[in-house]
Design a protein around this ligand. Sequence first.
Ligand code: HEC
Length: 157
Amino acid sequence: MKKHTQKILYGLIIVFIFIQLIPVDKSNPKTLAEIQAPSDVKTILKNSCYDCHSNQTSWPWYSYVAPVSFLVSKDVKDGRRHLNFSIWENLSAEKKADKLDEIWEEVEDGEMPMPIYTFMHTKAKLTEAQKSIIKNWTRGGGNSNSMKSHTHEHDED
Ligand code: HEC
């Protein structure tokens, strides 16, 4: 019985070592049409959403260790597919309006940023003040009711 347990343990270690060899996509494609938003909004998005919803992901150390790396890579891939602030300005006005509604829905329900993410990135957790900034921005149609939007962080590509 003891020997059996030991065999299982060695087996697991070998599996762990071998899954490290499976390639994981951790690429950051080009930022082509980054979102234009008031700077307070953008700071929040960068701080709490960009790791999964932009092409500017900072890949944490644990994203290099399988099997966690598989999960992180999948979240980033799915996250970008649903919403990508690096190509936001290419969306039609209609699409932007849809996405803004969804953003507020997710934030209001506390579904975004994903709890598994805020567990590791406690600073990404949204405060009530940050939520209300997101609320005003999404409810205002994503327009910058502040004049800062066009003077800062204007990315040309
Ligand atoms: C850890 C990665 C991660 C972070 C951080 C994150 N998201 Fe997400 N988000 C996802 C994934 C993955 C999905 C895909 C839907 C799903 O599987 O739940 C998603 C889906 C969404 C959707 C739904 C879009 C659609 O078209 O269905 C919205 C809106 C959204 N996220 C907004 C945000 C906002 C706003 C933030 C920051 C406040 C944020 N997310 C932070 C991973 C993340």
